[in-house]
Design a protein around this ligand. Sequence first.
Ligand SMILES: [Zn+2]
Length: 334
Amino acid sequence: MAAEITLSHVETTLTDGETLRTPWWEIDSGADGPVLLAIAAQHGNEVHGIEVLRRFAPICAEGIVSGTALLVPFGNLLAIRHRRNSSMIGPEEKQTELHKRFNMNGLWPGDAQGNDIERLVASLDEALAQRATHVVDLHSWNGFWAASTLRWEGADSAKMADVAGTRFTWWHQVHSTPASHTQIRNTVVGRGGSAVCIEFAGQNCVYEREVQVGVRAMCNIAKVLGMMEGEPEIPPDCGLRITDENTTVVRAPCSGLFVEQPGLALEDRVEAGQRLGHIIRDDDLSVVEIAAPVGGWLWRFGSHRPNPDVSLADQHPYSDPGDPLASVVSNRAY
Ligand SMILES: [Zn+2]
């Protein structure tokens, strides 16, 4: 018999005295086991995880055999309603002092007397994160980078990452855990728990492929933790580890407009010499073909500059010499 999906709200008293009500679902198997917290959209423009959790909830309720799932689709309602990465910031702002103060991703475990986001984090931490033995933190980075799992060692963290089933995995070193102003994963790992982060491709949008990757990842993680029965479903050529050694960056050889090869997309397999697109030069209007220098998988694709997640100019396909056009991950490194 399926477990119930129970709706609750975490209430946060904001600095103006208003109450913010963050809805979340609890799915309790009735049997001992992990307490798996999944939180999406801590950044308000990173919305794939909201739909991922909506689809995962009934699957989890149907299949859960041990432990409890705590699902928070709208992690940061203030930023989501603001329709930007973080609340309080304006267009194209990032890495500013204001962003730092209101970037939910760096404010765990929060402060009940702090600013609105610190208060939100403190209430979510008290109600949910302190209960959690395992955390899945769902983000979306810019649309020029393929979906990837961020992997850590320690407790069950690597185990969760290794079954996530994204094409790419980014391994991170374990750092000493700061006590405050950190990411939820550090807070939970610092308490002896486990965490993994998944970054989907594209912001301000919900792409079906990314959602399917996310639902599969959630199911695989629940299975590897013993919360659901069955073996994780991991497609071939997934978990490719991104390293400097196995990643070849293709850069613009000249200035002009980069036009991607039709039909080619992030995560695709490309062979050495395969056409990736062309640049229309802005000096003599000639066309310069761009080809993959090595075989591998497209980890990044499209002309972009350092902050394409917030800057429209950094998403523009006009390229200066040296701008990245693609990155190809060439082989398994483990
Ligand atoms: Zn994010």
